[in-house]
Design a protein around this ligand. Structure first.
Ligand SMILES: NC(=O)c1ccc[n+]([C@@H]2O[C@H](COP(=O)([O-])OP(=O)(O)OC[C@H]3O[C@@H](n4cnc5c(N)ncnc54)[C@H](OP(=O)(O)O)[C@@H]3O)[C@@H](O)[C@H]2O)c1
Length: 265
């Protein structure tokens, strides 16, 4: 028995990276899964094969979340091919670092159309179906520590993540009367394929910069998402949950090591 037996989930951007880990985590917990991808067809088919091997129903659906026709097709695939929709994990996102002084409108619009507009309207379409059919569903939006904290060269990206945090809270309030929960998961550094080509990146270098001593894995995110989708999380909604090995718990500023913190007594 899995905690998500009988549920149908859509995970966007599930052919690689965190989305792949989430789709596999949901399948292991019992959910049937729509594995969305845009370019990663091979990865999506591998996820489908692994989910089927777990005994689940799974389909890969190509769709661009920034496109309205594609979003409607994605929702329809869950309803007509897997019989319903209980869970939407809005995971797809692009991260293209660029100095603030060099961000142009094309990059701003592209980042917003995928990260923010795509999530907003996919959540709306999923929620419409859930409300209409009396489904106490779950919507999880992938945010980032950058929704609340600054990292240079990410102003346009951070704007989308701050927007996700804000819209998650409003969606949660408006959907609470229907028993639908909406939460944002805000990861810190989670090693995915794209990190491997990033100049200067290695888990050995990055791990010690994180209080818990290692970078995150897609499985870490999947564990939290499975919990949020389960009955155990029925009372949790409207939250932005930082999942970052302690990164945002620390004050970045530290006094010189030979200075003792001032005392009051
Ligand atoms: N990894 C981290 O350290 C980290 C930290 C904080 C937040 N996040 C967030 O977590 C989410 C996943 O990140 P990730 O690191 O796994 O990213 P990733 O490895 O770069 O993967 C991005 C995913 O988004 C999909 N995607 C991009 N544009 C799309 C579009 N127009 N339509 C549909 N899908 C699209 C990609 O699909 P295709 O490959 O099929 O094109 C891919 O599956 C993102 O929202 C990201 O902002 C990640």
């Amino acid at each position: 028995m899995g905690v998500l037996d009988g549920k149908v989930a859509i995970v966007t951007g599930a052919g690689r990276g965190i989305g792949r880990g989430i789709a596999l985590g949901l399948a292991r917990a019992g959910a049937d899964v729509v594995v969305n991808y845009r370019h990663s067809a091979t990865g999506a088919e591998e996820v489908v094969a692994q989910a089927v091997a777990e005994g689940r129903r799974a389909i890969a659906v190509q769709a661009d979340v920034s496109n309205a026709v594609d979003r409607a097709r994605l929702i329809d695939a869950a309803i007509h091919e897997l019989g319903g929709l209980d869970i939407l994990v809005n995971n797809s996102g692009i991260t293209i670092p660029r100095p603030f002084l060099e961000v142009d409108e094309e990059l701003w619009d592209r980042t917003h159309s995928i990260n923010l507009k795509g999530m907003f309207f996919l959540a709306q379409a999923a929620a419409c179906y859930m409300v209409e059919h009396g489904i106490r569903g779950r919507i999880i939006n992938l945010s980032s520590v950058q929704g609340g904290f600054a990292v240079p060269q990410h102003a346009h990206y951070a704007a989308t993540k701050g927007g996700i945090d804000s819209m998650t809270r409003v969606m949660a309030l408006e959907l609470a009367p229907y028993g639908i929960t909406v939460n944002a998961v805000a990861p810190g550094v989670v090693e995915v394929e794209r990190y491997w080509d990033s100049p200067g990146y290695s888990p050995e270098r990055f791990g010690p910069t994180i209080p818990i001593g290692r970078v995150g894995k897609p499985e870490d995110v999947a564990g939290l998402v499975v919990y949020l989708c389960s009955d155990a999380a029925d009372w949790m909604t409207g939250q932005v949950i930082y999942l970052d090995g302690g990164t945002t718990a620390q004050l970045a500023w530290n006094p010189p090591p030979d200075v003792s913190p001032p005392r009051t007594e």
